[in-house]
Design a binder for this molecule. Sequence first.
Ligand code: KG4
Ligand code: ZN
Length: 341
Amino acid sequence: MITVPENFKCLGIESSCDETSASVVIGGRTVLSNVIASQIDIHKEFGGVVPEIASRKHVETILPVIDDAMKEAGYSGPDLDIIAVTCGPGLIGALLVGTCAAKGLASVWKKPVIGVNHIEGHILANLIGNPELQPPFISLVVSGGHSHIILVNEDFAYETIARTRDDAAGEAFDKIARKIGLGYPGGPLIDKCAADGDPDAFTFPRTRFPDGSLDFSFSGLKTAALNHINQHDISGCISDFAASFQKAVVSVLVNHTMEAASLRGMNTICVAGGVASNSLLRKMMRDETDKSGLRLYIPESVFCTDNAAMIACAGTYSYLKGNRDGMDLNAFATLSPGAKH
Ligand code: KG4
Ligand code: ZN
């Protein structure tokens, strides 16, 4: 167990994709500020994130966003204990903007800087406002780039139990939403459209590997959906199609997570990442954990999507665990949860 001093102050910085964010968190779990500048409106017209544009936008916004977060928290640089920054995985140019800003401020303010794994950040968003939550627990992390089931042990070490072998869950939502003309980002739009649809109107395949692994694969499901769209006119039943597709993705996520918890004897499940905002995923996880008598945590939506508060939480725990970085901290496009950087 890691105990965080009540007044421990961390500035978190996140710039791994299309959100520039800065946050001040005290005691590892209390958010004093969480400023997020989203670039969604810029990337929308391209149907996805354009890495070069994302990097340039981060350069413009990162210092004003940090300034706002510090002001909102009522602190100045010298008050901080550490600065935590996402160092991977993500878009390399975007990550470099955050890591350079963090190292520059750490050098000026003479504070330690610590690199944080973005996926670990998503997982530890569940600590926010939940002082009683302690590992070990099973976490389902589902976002635009990642779909993992991870066991977080007592010492905040991360063991990957399952990962996707092809597309991430959010990526599958985004691709199908674009194809059926809903727009970008697709997850929230499918979620909304599915509300009026029949989730049993269409049947989609659910992949299970014969080796017994709990790994995910969404490419078969995605291809089946794309084939159906190419061969049939679904314009009169878009919401049924969205609801059925959503149910297929979500039921796989929920079944594998419940099985992982049972296999590893865990009684707490934490769901995280952008897709954790999905209303069906939240409902099905709630129903299944209630049935099995497990505890369930899912952050409120603002802490599911990319944000710096989760990076400050994860940075605080990583630092107190003894991890250290310096001015040679680099950015990494790929980085597994729990991997040393
Ligand atoms: O965690 P996140 O903000 O960024 C990454 O680290 O990727 O996740 C973004 C992903 C996108 O694919 C988006 O479509 C998906 O999360 N998402 C949703 C919902 N809200 C966001 N997917 C399904 N239902 C939602 N309500
Ligand atoms: Zn993310």
